[in-house]
Design a binder for this molecule. Sequence first.
Ligand SMILES: C[S@@+](CC[C@H](N)C(=O)[O-])C[C@H]1O[C@@H](n2cnc3c(N)ncnc32)[C@H](O)[C@@H]1O
Length: 191
Amino acid sequence: MSGLATAAGFARLWPRLRLTVPGWTGTLEGRSLYSFARDGPGEGAIVEIGSASGRSTICLARGSKAVLREHVYAVDLHIRDTLDAFERNVRRFGVDDWVVTVVAPSDSVVDVPAERVRLLFVDGSHTYERVRGDIEAWLPRIVPGGVLVFDDYFGTKRGWGVRQAVDELVASGAVRSSLVRVGTHVWTIKL
Ligand SMILES: C[S@@+](CC[C@H](N)C(=O)[O-])C[C@H]1O[C@@H](n2cnc3c(N)ncnc32)[C@H](O)[C@@H]1O
């Protein structure tokens, strides 16, 4: 039953979101974020690292709001001057009451009051050092059974190190060893 409602909710959202909000999140990835936010395991906040104009944020927030679950903390320095567009888009899609805008470095846990996080989406800087820093900063806040999603694990651009940082996380034994691929994303579960 929730599968049908989730599919319908995303289908109502996606065409207008894709057309009117620029971003890096595609259909597969957007549907997956919506679904984790709406139906995913655990209890606790949703934290997104890297929001840009809000495409992925809106997927997360609309999913969670559809069933009145937790709010989304959207952490981004808005390096490319995206803050105004982000706030406008979040309002336009009716989730300004579900999104907490955090303009701060991605590892700034002190700027997020939620102590328990059930869903972490990492899509900020893709360098090895930053992704590793993001993991180290946020992992203690993620509840056992909570979901971690990483964008661009398979990316091969020079200077990117998502794969190395995520592989080290898996090797540490803190998460399930099986990574599940959804488009450009991989996800796993905290043990
Ligand atoms: C790829 S974009 C995010 C795309 C977005 N998730 C979407 O679906 O369209 C990456 C974002 O990470 C932010 N960013 C990069 N390095 C950061 C850092 N150290 N701290 C906070 N945000 C950062 C940038 O400002 C940019 O908006």
